[in-house]
Ligand binder design. Structure first.
Ligand SMILES: [Zn+2]
Length: 225
């Protein structure tokens, strides 16, 4: 998704930033804040989508989570942190439901998970300029959901007989990611010039996820839109 409105924090925002761990030693003038669209309920390139209820569950779980570059788990990559996040329904004509019978926003509307992040200005001058210039704008998320449901009948676990990608009565079947289980991080991603770049990182993150979580019914999801 994408990044936009940016600048210095307001008084209200500063209080929220303090609440996620930024000490009084750091002044408002040292901080840069910006909006990120983390994900929405449209079908992604894997033929999967979140339902809007799950996005609302994820919103508070993203608060305090760090943003990194290209899903790299290194300290140098941890540059920004979310201090607010909410799921909002917008009517920008980009339909969230995409013909889904189950769990979507109304036609022409989509539910977006929108976050507000902060970072230190010092040491991030280049990144801040890129955000201001609208160059650094794509983000993706790494999250876990409890189950995948069928978009045609709402059935869980793939036992219903509907096949993802196939059409039923003119409506394409997709997998609906349901139930917020965990949030790992969000990430600035390179403009997808390298098509396979995300794959290696995805495996690394999946391994990380398995190391932390043993619940068999948790499904791991990371990706770009
Ligand atoms: Zn089904």
């Amino acid at each position: 998704m994408s990044v936009n409105v940016c600048g210095s924090p307001s008084e209200r925002e500063l209080a929220a930033i303090r609440a996620v761990g930024c000490s009084e030693k750091v002044g408002a003038d040292e901080l840069f804040v910006f909006d990120v669209e983390l994900c929405d309920d449209r079908v992604d390139r894997d033929g999967e989508r979140f339902d809007s209820e799950t996005l609302r569950e994820f919103a508070p779980m993203f608060v305090g989570k760090t943003g990194i570059f290209d899903h790299e788990w290194s300290a140098k990559g941890q540059t920004a942190r979310l201090f607010e996040c909410e799921a909002v329904e917008v009517g920008d004509g980009a339909g969230g439901a995409d013909g889904c019978a189950y769990g979507g926003s109304a036609v022409g509307r989509r539910t977006v998970l929108r976050g507000r992040a902060y970072m230190l200005r010092a040491g991030n001058e280049q990144l801040i300029r890129e955000i201001e210039a609208g160059i650094k704008r794509e983000v993706s998320v790494g999250v876990a959901v409890r189950e995948k449901r069928c978009s045609i009948c709402g059935g869980a676990g793939g036992g219903c007989g509907h096949v993802a990608g196939r059409e039923y009565g003119g409506v394409k079947c997709v997998r609906v990611l349901h139930g917020a289980a965990d949030v790992y991080e969000w990430s600035f991603v390179a403009v997808p010039a390298q098509k396979g770049a995300g794959i290696v990182n995805r495996e690394a993150l999946a391994a990380y996820s398995m190391g932390r979580r043993t619940d068999k019914n948790r499904q791991y999801k990371t990706g770009e839109r």
